[in-house]
Design a protein around this ligand. Structure first.
Ligand SMILES: *Cc1c(COP(=O)(O)O)cnc(C)c1O
Length: 523
């Protein structure tokens, strides 16, 4: 590949349909950026180091036999490279982020202030207990509020994401069944609309997954679920509100039936944002539920992290919950690291992580909960639901809303591709939105709706911001309905056009290989 010194490549010019190209490939403040290996070279170095005196190697056969192969860049070159890349990201601090099943809400800066206090930010996980009392108190207080908000018996704070929390809950169910001598119960029932992590978690923990169909109104088919219960069923995993953006009204009835048949109820609580302060999952018979702190209780979570997925447990599952947990004894906070016979967690299944969980996120979540208060949290869920319904009703004359007839939605508005022109798809609408300056909504999920478009505005958007988004989505949808061919090749204004996303996901090229022909790179 030909790369000149500034990293410019001739093919960069076709990043836009505008016939005007620039020498650099940059378009004013939209800066083109080559790969770091194309900018730097393994032959150069960014630092001057004096010649190292020859000393006898003490590495034995561990000495490196080939060059390390890192590109040499000076500090400003390295900083500019990553800053330029970061400017090509979309972020919640730039604009509305409509991803459904994600709760991308504004993270109040107060949380950041709290998380950065040196007493929390600079802790070492092995610090002596006497020196970290404040941090343990934060974990203990947050645990208290999570248990209170869900009306459950206990909470495991250590899981580090929603999916990790699911595994934690399912392992507790497994331990409880084994303790009862019913380890032969191998089936976990999962509704068709579930997030992919649910069946993946159950399978990973050694269970067999069976699908439960949905009713035409987008909810779990309660009768089909009840008919499947029996001595081989370990439990169910149900998301509430579900991924069609609807409240599972029968959950209490389902829980009673599952318990009567000897199984446990796992609730995927990723959508707790829509019901926090209004509904307590413990009242619905749930045995275990993860809470995505990074969704319901703010914390920025783009790009895969950080996450935190505490799991609340019913009385029945508490003895099997993982270690460690924080307890208050004689006015002091202690970390309980071992099972204690006859006490809480007497039959703990073990540990999920080496230490205690995500301290920075605990601090943010507690700051969020305390600054909102009980009335504020109630308002969060009300406003989130109001905003989603505003989006649903503003667009259901343009886009098909498959469950629009079943009444109001919860926190997300779901549309399908049913009335786009022939040859036009959800993907075209999503790509068109990029040109309008928005990250696309969640597409092709949930799977129960053809060409699904799932929009979750959250409570932190104003009416003006929603109106602008609605206007943009309406405009793109109308182009897709009118068969505007120009939309088939959108985005036109992004640094890259349509990528082969399947190839990039299936065969990602994650390491620089000098010899690789350019065409093979997942670009
Ligand atoms: C986000 C989400 C998960 C997974 O949570 P992570 O923190 O990303 O692991 C699971 N289920 C649902 C419904 C979700 O929205």
């Amino acid at each position: 590949m030909s790369v000149n010194q500034s990293g410019w490549r001739p093919e960069m010019g076709d990043a836009t349909t505008n016939a005007r190209t620039t020498f650099t490939g940059n378009r004013a403040l939209m800066l083109e950026e080559a790969l770091i290996f194309e900018i730097g070279s393994t032959e150069t170095t960014g630092v001057d180091i004096d010649e190292v005196p020859t000393v006898a190697s003490r590495l034995g056969n561990h000495a490196r036999t080939s060059p390390i192969g890192l590109p040499g860049l000076s500090e400003p070159e390295a900083v500019r490279h990553y800053t330029r890349l970061s400017r090509q990201n979309y972020a919640i601090d730039l604009g509305l982020f409509p991803l459904g099943s994600c709760t991308m809400k504004h993270n109040p800066r107060l949380n950041e202030r709290m998380a950065r206090l040196p007493g929390f930010a600079d802790l070492h996980p092995l610090g002596p207990i006497d020196t970290v009392q404040g941090a343990l108190e934060v974990i203990h207080q947050l645990a208290h509020w999570l248990v209170t908000l869900t009306n459950m018996d206990s909470v495991a704070m250590s899981p580090k994401a929603g999916a990790h929390g699911e595994l934690c809950g399912i392992l507790a169910i497994k331990a409880a069944l084994e303790k009862r001598g019913e380890g032969h119960r191998k089936i976990i029932l999962v509704p068709e609309s579930a997030h992919g992590t649910n069946p993946a978690t159950a399978a990973f923990a050694g269970f067999k997954v069976e699908d439960i169909p949905a009713t035409p109104d987008g909810r779990v088919d309660t009768q089909a679920l009840k008919d499947r219960l029996g001595p081989d069923v370990a439990g169910v995993m149900i998301t509430n509100p579900n991924t069609c953006g609807l409240f599972e009204r029968d959950l209490k009835d389902i829980s009673d039936a599952v318990h009567a048949a000897g199984g446990y109820v796992y609730c995927d609580g990723a959508n707790f944002n829509a019901i926090v302060g209004r509904v307590r999952p413990g009242d619905l018979g749930v045995d275990a539920m993860h809470i995505n702190l990074h969704k319901t209780f703010s914390t920025p979570h783009g790009g895969g992290g950080p996450g935190s997925g505490p799991v609340v447990f019913s009385k029945a599952l508490t003895p099997f919950a993982p270690l460690p947990f924080v307890e208050q004894q004689d006015g002091k906070f202690v970390l309980v690291e071992e099972e204690t016979a006859g006490e809480h967690h007497a039959d703990s299944f073990g540990r999920m992580v080496a230490f205690h969980g995500q301290m920075g996120m605990f601090t943010r979540a507690l700051s969020y909960i305390l600054s909102h208060g009980a009335d504020g949290l109630k308002q969060v869920s009300e406003d989130a639901v109001l905003n989603a319904n505003y989006v649903l009703r503003s667009l259901d004359d343009t886009l098909d809303a498959p469950f629009g007839q079943s009444g109001p939605c919860m926190h997300e508005a779901l549309f399908s591709d049913a009335n786009l022109a022939d040859g036009f798809s959800t993907l075209d609408v999503a790509k068109g939105l990029i040109d309008e300056g928005y990250h696309p909504m969640t597409v092709y999920f949930p799977l129960v709706v053809h060409g699904a478009m799932l929009v979750e505005p959250t409570e932190t958007e104003s009416k003006a911001a929603l109106d602008q988004f609605i206007g943009a989505l309406r405009s793109v949808a109308e182009r897709a309905k009118a068969g505007d061919q120009d939309l088939k090749s959108a985005p036109h204004f992004a640094p890259r056009r349509r990528l082969d996303e399947t190839l990039a996901a299936r065969k990602p090229v994650l390491a620089w290989k000098d010899a690789l022909p350019t065409a093979e790179a997942a670009e």
